[in-house]
Design a protein around this ligand. Structure first.
Ligand code: ADP
Ligand code: NI
Length: 227
């Protein structure tokens, strides 16, 4: 196996290439931000920084959306990359445990399906660091920018007062919704604060959550033409 720094550099170049043409808010810079924040959280949790770095780098390249909804194919793609690097099986397992459990929609699974997440390494400190960092990038000022970028890319409206957000959206509904982007605040963004795993994650989420609410308040005010 190559030195850890070399593995990280090679993976960085690989991921940059994968995301060269993504305009849905899932670009290289999202990965970059997740990586930076995940490592900060990892330090505060004494998690393994190499696993966190590799998992943060690879957490979205196997996203089910890029594989026509096939999650297995996404994980396989990452597995192939790691085996091309000749990373030990133990490390591969730890990295895959992080990325295969990270998707937001998987948290919408019925509790009876939760045993799927019964890998021996789950939830690892490394998972908690990367997962919190990924979720945090969906809220706050950047999260708002990403939501409207995503919505615009998929030709969604910004807001439609006639289309109310769904209460308790299910995994299936979440996957196929074409609701206006503001609804996504209720389907996902405003729920993130309660989904943090780490102390530092919670602290950052609280601040970013406040900003979401401030933004929504201002948004509705302007929508009604209030002065
Ligand atoms: P998931 O974790 O469910 O796979 P992603 O993390 O892939 O979702 O989403 C990428 C970015 O796009 C995030 O910032 C997310 O909030 C945003 N996004 C996802 N779905 C929508 C949607 N229906 N409307 C607006 N933004 C969305
Ligand atoms: Ni991500």
């Amino acid at each position: 196996m190559l030195k850890k720094e070399k593995l990280i550099k090679k993976t960085e170049d690989f991921v940059k290439k994968v995301f060269l043409e993504d305009y849905t808010g899932h670009d290289w810079w999202h990965t970059h931000r997740v990586r930076v924040l995940a490592k900060k959280i990892a330090i505060s949790e004494s998690a393994d920084l190499f696993i966190v770095d590799m998992a943060a780098l690879l957490h979205d390249v196997g996203d089910y959306k890029f594989f026509g909804g096939d999650e297995e194919a996404g994980v396989l793609f990452v597995k192939k990359w790691l085996s091309s690097l000749k990373v030990t099986k133990e490390l591969v397992d730890k990295i895959l445990t992080v990325i295969s459990n990270i998707s937001y929609k998987n948290t919408l699974l019925e509790s009876s399906n939760r045993e799927k997440q019964n890998s021996p390494n789950f939830p690892s400190k490394e998972f908690m660091a990367v997962c919190d960092a990924d979720r945090l990038d969906a809220i706050g000022a950047i999260g708002i920018a990403r939501a409207f970028t995503y919505g615009g890319f998929y030709k969604r409206q910004i807001y439609n007062p006639k289309i109310k957000p769904m209460k308790n959206i299910t995994q299936e509904e979440y996957k196929k919704t074409d609701a206006p982007s503001i609804n996504h605040f209720y389907d996902k963004l405003l729920r993130i604060k309660e989904m943090m795993h780490t102390k530092l994650g919670k602290k950052i989420a609280k601040k970013r959550h406040r900003f979401l609410n401030l933004y929504l308040k201002e948004f509705y005010k302007e929508w009604k033409g209030k002065l």
